[in-house]
Design a protein around this ligand. Sequence first.
Ligand code: SF4
Length: 623
Amino acid sequence: MQLADTRKETTLETEGLNHVAESPDLAIIDKIRRVFSKSCKRILLINPPHFPDDLLDIKIVKNSRYYNYPPYGLGLLGRNLKTKGYIYGHLDLNLELLQYIHNEENKEVIPSRIKEIWKEKINAKIKEIKPDLVGLSCMFTMSHGRIIDIADYLKQMHPGLPIIAGGVHVSNAPDLVLKEAKGIDFLSLFESDLSFCDLLDYINGKGSEDQLAQLGTLIDEEYVFLKKRHSPSVQDMDVFPEYADLPVDKYIDYGEMGNFRYWIQEGARVSSILSNRGCRAHCTFCSVANFNGKGVRARSIDSVLDEIEYLGDRYGINHITWLDDDLFFDTQRTVALFNGIVKRNLGITWDAMNGIIVSAAATHPETIDAASKSGCVAINWGVESGNTKILGQIQKPSGIKHCLKVGELMRKYPQIYSRNFLIIGFPNETLGQMLDTIKLAQEMGSDWNGIQKLTPLPNTKIYDQMIDEGLIQHGPEESDEYSFNGRYFIRETEKHRIKEKKQKLNAEEFINFFEQNLEMVPTVEQLDDIWLIMDYKLNYEKILEEENPLRLKKMHKFLWYVSNRMTKNHPLAALFLGIVHRKLGDPESAKACISTAQEYLNQSAYWQTRFKVLSLDHLLREH
Ligand code: SF4
């Protein structure tokens, strides 16, 4: 990448550089010089709303049910920018939007205002920061449409203001993002804590083009990128985020972090933290290796403990949710980390929101013991499937025996809420194989099972496999507000809520496919009904047999949460909450719940068809 240094101090010389690029690398450098025609010292970092405007349910926002995390990656970027002397500001539009809806008393004005409010927030922040560059984060596929809107708006209002997007989704689907989001000039791919600053230094005349890495862009409508990576080393990772004026302690008041709000102490101040990056495994549906590279890099234990202490001192945080993809990597370190929390008397509780590798815990039970002693209150387990063939195909690092072992181990820690991640809809997965997943999860006996339909993410092995087999297409054509490439990415519960609204008066047929040919490979549409049957079988049906008071209390907490905070017209949750009340010796509350369930059922043809197929009507009469 040798190019004559045509820069003058902090300003790039662009004249005479409109040559036809001889290689993608040179073309990218050429474009950098054209886009950044002056120095770049002031940076605005924007976190987009996570949810499409027209899918936002005001009631759910008011119940603080949408995800709302302090933007960890942008915080790390903030830390590095500060260290290098750049002026920067954060704008978290997800928080701003949730805050606005939460505090707005006049519900009538909300739908029209939310289409404007993010623009007003951007305008105000631009006025305050006067940025030379906007960095736009996109961690989640569901923000895809939002970054297009934001980039378009910014370019319309400030045509000369360069925009660089980064984050997991952007790194997974760079070509699709650039082709749709015309306002974005460059992508800062993968972990860009260092490479983003390298680019700024280069623009400001503090280095050569040799330091440029991980940049993607369109040249003549063709996607090109710099292959070179500048990933943070273990030493580089020993920093914690600088959130500037973001109200870290308030995030939990307006949304969710992790999956365990119902189980963590009421009123807890929650934030997230990352102790290591990457994952040792290579599951074919997972994009972690694409984003973080191969293997795991762990921060020093002291740095992680310092961060927990800092969060407590500065923001009063007393519960953390780990963002790690492989939290139990390196048993010795993991145990030392958990013991460090105890030794330093940090006084926190914590949960593991990303699926823990089941085999890591099964073969080293001491990690669970240390976890429990250090304040662990909840764990998600990455089970995914109960079928050996499917587990092999998706290269899952855990087998059936590991899952059964963990199920057994977790019975010793009833204070820890144990939840499985399960996936259905793998390529060519039959109903019989899904039934194996049901059987395994039942045997494990975890407290809850979160079931998702497979979302094939670009840049994963399974995505390529499904393209080859003609199961999906690469391109934005099949995407809409709810899906990406024809596959849904929103939470299944969310999708069923939307479906229920549509079918409230006229329900489509509902089929229990497990009573049919188990060799059948269901269609994507049929997976909706299968999901609901699995949800019932794994999460509700067991309540009928349950007599253990502690487990019933756990079920009570979750079902109360579903009925009162997640959705208020869910007859299945209301019915089973009533059954739990009765088993716990509270007939009055039981009666109230059952009558609520009946009321919801009377209003919904959608639920009536499901109650009928699942033979649930008699429970309403008997309880
Ligand atoms: S274990 Fe989890 S994080 Fe690791 S590759 Fe598999 S799905 Fe991804």
